[in-house]
Design a protein around this ligand. Structure first.
Ligand code: KG4
Ligand code: ZN
Length: 348
């Protein structure tokens, strides 16, 4: 096994990420020492559509993948000889986007004669929260909140994640993005809502907190999105769209009240999961984890219940390749390699 043959030597992995609208590459040593991290965001390209357009994302990945990988290798001061493996997130995500990274990773692994490691993008998000830790205090509950996923796991280690619950409709980030569109705020919606919400009253409007049934660890965010829509456009969408004539304060109050409702649900469900497995640690990752109010709410919950909270550093919350290379290190050590038949998959 390559992992064992290299025991004692520092392992450098080149990670590649193209699952949605960020083209990213990074070189990480021993799963935690970041030697380089390059992220080419496509936000500007998708902004006017209010969401990611798969064909545009795919084309942009094709244009950017080579320069982004080359820059990551150069900034790390690495070369073919000093890279031990090529890692790629091959699932879940947009297949037309994933295929660009998968093809590049396979080509590079073949050309450089390196092993290929495939990782799950959602699991990789949690690496960003574990990066600074030598070991985890178990049991641990992990919450991934991104544009495509809202998932709670019982986390034994980087490679052992048991799904406890997930969204049955919209992901938390997706709800932020859709509500931002309703409020005519710029894409991506999460950071826009957070910015505007700072001046708003989170208790101004009592939006619904969908907890599903008492013991459920699943999430539902489409109800709150619809509640915001009805608030702005009238029940059954028959009223006029009031957003254009709303004051800045009214928009801020809606944004703050929406954000508070989403955070209440995320915090309550995470608490429920943590109580259920007797968690000593709570991990938080994914794009929505960049949200200050969410970080603070989970911080308070963990403090009250005597748990340690590990949160991804902000630059590593949204999509990046450090998390891919970092998770791949654990797979590398465990001898879990992919081959040239690797394919992108929309769902994990
Ligand atoms: O993890 P990520 O980069 O991509 C996916 O894997 O989906 O997450 C992107 C999502 C978007 O929905 C974006 O609006 C949301 O994360 N997001 C935020 C914040 N920053 C990004 N949501 C709330 N508050 C933020 N500060
Ligand atoms: Zn992501």
């Amino acid at each position: 096994m390559a992992g064992l043959a290299l025991a004692g030597k520092e392992i450098r992995i080149l990670g590649i990420e193209t699952s949605c609208d960020e083209t990213a590459a990074a070189v990480v040593a021993d799963g935690r020492r970041i030697l380089s991290s390059v992220v080419a965001s496509q936000n500007k390209l998708h902004e006017r559509f209010g969401g990611v357009v798969p064909e545009i994302a795919s084309r942009a990945h094709i244009e950017r993948i080579y320069p982004v990988v080359a820059q990551a290798v150069e900034e790390a001061g690495a070369d073919r000889d000093s890279i031990d493996a090529i890692a790629i997130a091959n699932q879940p995500g947009l297949v037309v986007a994933l295929i660009v990274g998968v093809t590049a990773a396979k080509a590079l692994a073949l050309a450089w004669g390196k092993p290929l490691v495939a990782v799950n993008h959602v699991h990789a998000h949690l690496q960003s929260a574990m990066l600074a830790e030598e070991s985890l205090d178990l049991p641990a509950v992990a919450l991934v909140v991104s544009g495509g996923h809202t998932s709670l796991y019982d986390c034994e280690s980087a490679l052992e994640l048991e799904l406890l619950g997930s969204t049955i409709d919209d992901a938390a980030g997706e709800a932020f993005d859709k509500v931002a569109t309703i409020l005519n705020l710029p894409y991506p919606g999460g950071p826009s809502i957070e910015k505007v919400a700072k001046d708003g009253d989170p208790s101004a409007i009592d939006f619904p907190r969908s907890m599903l049934d008492r013991d459920s660890l699943d999430f539902s965010f489409s109800g709150i999105k619809t509640a915001v829509l009805y608030y702005c456009r009238g029940q059954n969408m028959k009223g006029e769209n009031r957003v254009a004539s709303m004051s800045g304060q009214e928009i801020a109050d809606i944004a703050a009240s929406f954000q508070a409702a989403v955070i209440d649900v995320l915090t309550a469900k995470t608490r429920r999961a943590a109580d259920k497995i007797g968690a000593a640690t709570v991990l938080l990752g994914g794009g929505v984890a960049a949200n200050t109010a969410l970080r603070e709410a989970l911080g308070r919950m963990c403090e009250e219940s005597g748990r340690k909270l590990l949160v991804a550093p902000r630059p590593l919350c949204t999509d990046n390749a450090v998390m891919v290379a970092s998770l791949a290190y654990h797979k590398f050590r465990a001898g879990q390699f992919a081959d040239m038949n690797l394919e992108p998959k929309a769902r994990a």
